[in-house]
Structures are given as structure tokens and as C-alpha cells.
Write a protein that binds this ligand. Sequence first.
Ligand code: PGA
Length: 262
Amino acid sequence: MQPDNSIATPVIAGNWKMNKGPSAARLFARRIRELAPWSDDRTLALIPPAISLTALAEELGGVEGMLLGVQDIHWQEKGAFTGETSAGMARDAGASVVLVGHSERRHIFGETDEETRLKVKAALTAGLIPILCVGETEEEREAGRVAEVILRQLDAAFEGLTPEEIARCLVAYEPVWAIGTGKTATPRDAANAHGILKDRLEELTGTRGGAGVPILYGGSVNAENAADLIAADNVDGLLVGGASLEPESFAAIAEAAATARR
Ligand code: PGA
């Protein structure tokens, strides 16, 4: 089975977190248009704060190989949920991808595995591509629980989905201890975790290769380490936080990753 999101890999996604309002997003977009790091041998995604999505979509909407997204959604379509954004609204504003279960959502805002399941389903129903984030804390790693934790998060979020629905998702392995800390997993750590996830995707979809679901690595990725990480087994892309905030560094990561894949 081919993934029906037909996403070209490597995927290089920039998660801006709570950085850049609409004006700053527009400046970024204009500079990235000059640098034009897109090409048919990669997929780029920019994931700004929801309030800046329309500005980015006005500048970059329709650029081939460049997807836009949001960092979170609520699972209900609409209603009395003050402060929330639905998948359909994000889609309407120009999103085609959505992060689900980012470690900051899980650890700062107390998001549960059950909520990630509801969000993945809502994203798929609205035609968004979910990027499901999984990853262990330092404590869990030291206790030898990497596989247990990431598989629990994966199984919970994909529970009840058909293989075809799973094939429309992306997964990101982001060890919590590597996010925003400057500590990166070694390519070997990444390959190990990605191999574990790939095996489970094969089981869940009943296909060799896990229906081609791309697995991204995230956690202190930068232009210097991108090539080594992308060269690791089963690393199909990178989810970049801090280093995605400057157009030059985001473009350099995209170039390094695509070059290393050739
Ligand atoms: P970082 O963040 O690259 O700043 O470590 C990655 C992420 O949280 O997606």
C-alpha cells in the first residue's frame, strides 16, 4: 500500500512553537521565497502559531512541495471550547498538516493519549495530515523504557484506525530530553527508536514498510547535524524547532537533508 498522502521524503518540518505573529511570519515567508528551498526531492512544512497561518498562506499557499500546518487542534468541529481551533477551521485557513501530541502539549498542558487519539481522528476526518509526535523523557530513557513509552503513545493514538487511515499519517520521534536542550539523539539512537516504530507500523497496517508512513526525527536538529541524522536507518525527515525560526537555517537544513538522501 502506498501512503495516500504521497509525500516526498525527506520531510523537513519547522515547528515555530509560540514564535512569530503574522508580521514576522510574512517577513520569514518573503525571505524563504528568495531562498526557495523547495524542490520535488523533499517536502517542507511550516507550522506557525495558528494566528499566523493566514499570513503565511497568503505568501506561500500553493507553493509546490511546501505544506503549512498548525501545532494543535481540538477534536470537536465547533462549539463552546474557548480558545480552541478545530481541524476544519485550520484547513480552511490553509493548513494541510497538524502536529498531534507534541511533548509540550503532553507535558506542559497535560494532553493524554486518549486526546491524541481523538485529535488524530478529527484531523483525518477534516482532511488534514496528522504528524503524531512520540518520545520518552530522560527518566524513562534511563529506566530502559524507550520502546514501551513510544509504542504506548503510537498504539493509543492510532487505536481504531484502518490501515488506510494510518497510511495518511506521519510520525515524529522526539525524545523529550533532546527538545530545545541542544542535546541531540545520536543517529544510532534515532535509528533504534525509528526501527521500533517502523516494526509496529508494519504490524498495524499489515504491510512491509509500514505503508510508507514517514517517521521524522526531532530534538535539537540544526544545519550541522541534519545530514547525519537523516542518513540513519528509517529516518525519513526532521522536525525542527529553534533552528526553523531563521529562513537561512531552515533552508540550510532542508538542503543538507535532501543532499544526504541523494
Ligand atoms: P527543537 O524543537 O528543535 O528546538 O529541539 C523540536 C520540536 O519541539 O519539535
